[in-house]
Write a new protein. Structure first.
Length: 77
């Protein structure tokens, strides 16, 4: 891979004064994109939640809902 510098070259950038300043009325140069920015991502799971944790969450939600339903029925009687 070749490294691309994200900094503009002051000698070749139009509109810059000596020392890198921008004269009044000029738009400063935009940043270039940095294709090599950030760490390389090597682990990217192809699916969402695994089956076991999702099943446990659903069972827990059903148990809690059943508890509150039974509690409401007991209060009405």
């Amino acid at each position: 891979m070749s490294h691309i510098s994200p900094d503009p070259e002051p000698e070749r950038t139009p509109g810059l004064e000596p020392g890198g300043g921008v004269p009044p009325g000029e738009t400063p140069p935009a940043e270039s994109s940095m294709p090599e920015a950030g760490p390389r991502e090597t682990h990217n799971p192809p699916k969402g939640w695994a089956r076991t944790p999702l099943t446990l969450i659903i069972v827990l939600v059903v148990l809690i809902a059943a508890f509150f339903l039974a509690y409401a029925i007991v209060l009405m009687v």
